[in-house]
Design a protein around this ligand. Structure first.
Ligand SMILES: [Zn+2]
Length: 455
């Protein structure tokens, strides 16, 4: 498997630190509002990458944090006259609900900054003791001059970094690029006691503290949106490597920004598409297909037309899948179909192993859909098996339709009836049969077990 590593700026063969295992850390959201369609992209992509590693037989540990204390949270809470951390936790729960709706599997651990203050303070202490950080008026700053490799991830020179986004101005800093590890508490802000007085963590330090806490000093893949490369990830590298003296992340993967009409998606220009609003109009599988059908590293221009087109693709996939289900029969497929399945599987895996090229993978998937649309009997059966195998990665097929649910519930009732009969509880067994009959379902007991027909 080859992965494009932002740090070396090239595709590199993926070799995990421990054979057969993958430790991934993906920066999650700062929760001060509901999640929008831009948040869905890295969540879907990194979950899918984790599924692909699992499909290939790796043991994956995925950690994805939630920033629950930050200037943005504090400011929003002030506007709403809310308690900042309570508000952040409310939006964190809503974020996870939205991601559940998009079929994003939850990370193994979803740590919150405020639950790791101790580890954060320990890390800041280490950096101060090693001479990489200094205290200034109750704040603690990381001194970028002390870390020789500062700028290695974003490939920027100090002048360029100064012009970069989110560099905070403060006269407490020795160098304008220095960044806060710890911020002295202002009146009315949430704060914790520390060796430097009451305060709260800076944004960057939480990811270093939590990732090293759960995955050790070196993780395999560090991921996030491309907007995090500078300064957030640059700062994470500096803090972590200065503290541990070890390589922090073996591979840096960044998902392209979601743009709206060529602009970076930003609340200030008011182009927010909340996931919960979009899901009232579009199925979650269409959102997944929309992002699968684009290269993860490229910026994505979001439009409703794009989502509409993805819905059409989804409907095509579903209609073939459901019609195959109707004509399928268990048994041995023809060599033709067997070969087609083997060839498509190889094509899809090859595409995903080439820097997780889901766009190329879904192209082969759709070619397959076109070729098997009229398959019958055993061929249809094999085609369904293959689509369901691929769904471990993509998760775009319909989930238990109502028709299946009805059937499954009837089967469940019959199993309960069988259990009652075994326990010689014939009263319950007969009662279940009578009740089913009232619903128009006739149960017959044969030597092969119970059969049922709709009357
Ligand atoms: Zn982070």
């Amino acid at each position: 498997m080859k992965i494009y590593d932002t740090l070396t700026a090239e595709k590199r063969e993926f070799i995990p630190l421990h054979e057969g295992r993958v430790g991934m850390y993906v920066c999650g959201p700062t929760t001060y509002d509901y999640a929008h369609i831009g948040h869905a992209r890295p969540a879907i992509i990194f979950d899918m990458l984790r599924r692909f590693f699992e499909y290939k037989g790796y043991d994956v540990v995925l950690i994805s944090n939630i920033t629950d204390v930050d200037d943005k949270i504090i400011n929003r809470a002030k506007e709403k006259d809310a308690e900042p951390i309570e508000m952040a936790h409310y939006y964190a729960r809503e974020y996870l609900k939205d991601m559940d709706a998009l079929r994003v599997r939850r990370a193994n651990i979803i740590p919150k900054a405020t639950r790791h203050i101790e580890e954060i303070i320990e890390l800041v202490k280490t950096l101060v003791n090693k001479g990489y950080a200094y205290e200034s008026g109750g704040d603690v700053y990381f001194s970028v001059e002390k870390f020789r490799d500062y700028g290695k991830l974003s490939h920027r020179k100090p002048e360029e970094m100064l012009a970069g986004a989110r560099v905070e101005v403060s006269d407490k800093k020795r160098n304008p690029l220095d960044f806060a590890l710890w911020k002295a508490a202002k009146p009315g802000e949430p704060s914790w006691m520390s060796p430097w007085g009451p305060g709260r963590p800076g944004w960057h330090i939480e990811c270093s503290a939590m990732s090293m806490n759960y995955l050790g000093p070196t993780l395999d893949i560090h991921g996030g949106g491309a907007d995090l490369i500078f300064p957030h990830h640059e700062n994470e590298i500096a803090q972590s490597e200065a503290a541990s003296g070890k390589v922090f992340a073996r591979y840096w993967m960044h998902v392209g920004l979601v743009r709206f009409e060529e602009e970076k998606m930003s609340k200030s220009i008011g182009n927010v598409f909340l996931i919960r609003d979009l899901l009232k109009k579009y199925p979650p599988e269409a959102v997944r297909i929309m992002y699968i059908n684009a290269h993860y590293r490229k910026p994505f221009d979001f439009s409703e037309k794009n989502l509409e087109d993805s819905r059409k693709l989804m409907e095509k996939i579903w209609s073939v899948y459901l019609s195959l289900k109707k004509s399928a029969r268990c048994g041995v497929a023809t060599d033709n179909t067997k070969n087609l399945v083997d060839k498509t599987r190889k094509e899809i895996i090859t595409a995903l192993e080439d820097d997780f090229n889901t766009r190329e993978a879904i192209r082969h998937y759709l070619e397959f859909i076109n070729k098997v649309r009229d398959a019958k009997d055993e061929d249809a059966f094999l085609a369904i098996e293959f689509l369901e195998e691929m769904d471990y990665i993509f998760d775009i097929l319909p989930r238990g339709t109502t028709e299946n649910l009805e059937e499954n519930l009837i089967k469940l009732l019959l199993r309960i009836r069988e259990r009652a009969r075994k326990n010689k509880d014939f009263g319950t067994a007969d009662w279940i049969r009578e009740e089913l009959k009232k619903l128009g379902i006739k149960v017959e007991d044969t030597k092969d077990g119970p059969r049922w027909v709709k009357l």
